[in-house]
Design a protein around this ligand. Structure first.
Ligand code: GLN
Length: 488
């Protein structure tokens, strides 16, 4: 049995069920570790001692009276702070929601509670999930546990950091253009962006509604797959939620890759500037081949436009979604001379610079006279990107790329150049625009000790294939027991 804090969700549940440990003891231990290390990492915005201990006590009581225990009984989970938690502050790392206490739980939070999970706290993020480094949080930036001077990635940097540093075995993030996969890669954990529609977004504070998905994050593929199983499923409260049968994601981890056709975009790999990322990805491809997969060359001719397309569509949708934060119904209000002045002051002071930039970009792209030239054209190219995948998946079952062009960059390195920051997303954006499921899992460590992520992409609703292939990579590179040295 692995020892604290590196036990898996499976081990924790087993201990709780067998009575080797109470859920309350497990929760206390993780809360104490989080309390002690958070000042260094800033991954939690809020630790919910009271709520967590009450949930844990309920699991212990259920066990005592012999009630059936759920798949995550007694397992601590960290939740990104753009997911609504009833009675617990939910800020989106924005001053505009600094004092917002939701009266309801997000669908995924309800699902976690029903599974016996213990929600320990809310994690830091880029404001409204806009960013790739967590430096856009209004409440201070998160540090990468592998090297505190590096970015943890974004926007779910708090969730990635908390999981990687052993502050919680599992976490939830959200992914609009890479926000679970990129921080997952930077922090050396597994993260899954499910198919658009697979997981209900009810209670996820919207950023770009045609892209947003909630995604599981964990230190192993099996745990991420189990967490996906817990949160996925149809929910009438989200009109985009798919009414399709659930996969057996956890069981799929044992399936192997015999006969699996793995698509590789050679041109993309050859253009990679970072030899270590390229080497690690190639080694992962080799291990898939050794286990019986065949590598197939595929082309994604329009993927190179993904950054331009995404940074038109996402801000356009954000400008519309964020119109609701007007200082009238909830959140921050900075009163002005009249209504328009109150709006201007509230939004001017409540939103940070990146959010304001995106609202302006999006409003511009949607405005009369520019709509056709920008927004509509971006939508058309989005269709071309999706068709490239349709064609590629005729000759392969999954597709592999690096998750990111480089391992974690330094904090501050890209903050003065938004375009440079946006380019960190080149590999995660295309599957997002196509609505496809994609997973990132560690495939190597660079010479300076920073993790490198492999992205695996599958056709819609074929998450099981992601889990099966990722497990082979995890088994081959053996990083699942490597932890950030300073926190091990
Ligand atoms: N980094 C991307 C952005 O800044 C993606 C963010 C996300 O997926 N939420 O928009």
């Amino acid at each position: 049995m692995t020892s604290f804090p590196w036990q898996s969700a499976f081990e924790i549940r087993e201990q709780v069920i067998s009575g080797a440990m109470t859920a309350v003891d497990v929760t206390r231990a993780y809360l104490a570790r989080a309390e002690a290390l958070n000042p260094k990492l800033s991954c939690f915005l809020y630790l919910d001692h009271e709520g967590a201990l009450a949930a844990a006590a309920q699991v212990d009581r259920a066990r005592e009276v012999g009630e059936p225990l759920g798949p995550l009984a007694g397992v601590p989970v960290a939740i990104k702070d753009n997911l609504c938690t009833r009675g617990v502050r939910t800020t989106c790392a924005s001053k505009i929601l600094g004092n917002y206490i939701p009266p309801y739980d997000a669908h995924v939070v309800e699902a976690l509670r029903a599974s016996g999970a213990v929600i320990v706290g809310k994690t830091n993020l880029d404001e409204f999930a806009m960013g790739s480094s967590n430096e856009n949080s209004a409440f201070g930036n998160v540090h990468n546990p592998w090297n505190l001077d590096r970015a943890p990635g974004g926007s779910s940097g708090g969730s990635a950091c908390a999981t990687a540093a052993g502050l919680a075995p599992l976490a939830l993030g959200s992914d609009t253009g890479g926000s679970v996969r990129q921080p997952g890669a930077f922090c050396g954990i597994t993260a899954i962006k499910p198919t658009y529609g697979r997981v209900s977004r009810y209670g996820l504070i919207a950023f770009a509604s045609s892209l947003d998905q909630v995604g599981p994050m964990a230190r192993s593929v099996r745990e991420a797959s189990l967490l996906l199983e817990v949160i996925a499923g149809h929910d009438e409260r989200d009109a985009t939620s798919a009414d399709r049968e659930l996969g057996a994601y956890h069981a799929a981890c044992g399936r192997g890759v015999q006969g699996l056709r793995v698509g590789v975009v050679r041109a993309q790999l050859d253009q990679l500037q970072d030899p270590e990322v390229r080497g690690a990805v190639e080694a992962a491809l080799e291990s898939l081949e050794e286990q019986g997969a065949t590598l197939v060359d595929v082309a994604l001719a329009h993927a190179k436009h993904a950054v331009s397309v995404y940074y038109l569509i996402a801000p356009a949708e954000a400008s519309s979604n964020l119109a609701r934060f007007d200082g009238i119904r909830y959140g921050l209000r900075v009163s002005g001379e009249d209504l328009a002045d109150t709006y201007a002051r509230t939004r001017g002071q409540g939103f940070g610079p990146e959010v304001r930039r995106r609202i302006m970009l999006g409003t511009y792209a949607l405005s009369a006279g520019y709509y056709d030239a920008f927004y509509l054209r971006a939508q058309r190219v989005r269709t071309l990107i999706r068709r490239d995948y349709d064609a590629a998946f005729e000759s392969c079952d999954v597709l592999c790329t690096p998750t990111t062009p480089t391992p974690a960059f330094a904090l501050g390195e890209k903050t003065n150049d938004p375009l440079e920051m946006y380019l960190a997303d080149i590999f995660t954006l295309p599957p997002s625009l196509a609505g496809l499921p994609a997973l990132s899992t560690p495939c190597g460590l660079a010479a300076d000790g920073l993790p490198i992520g492999l992205q695996i992409v599958a056709p819609p609703f074929e998450e099981e294939k992601l889990c099966g292939a990722a497990q082979v990579v995890e088994d081959a590179c053996g990083l699942v027991t490597s932890h950030p040295p300073a926190f091990a």
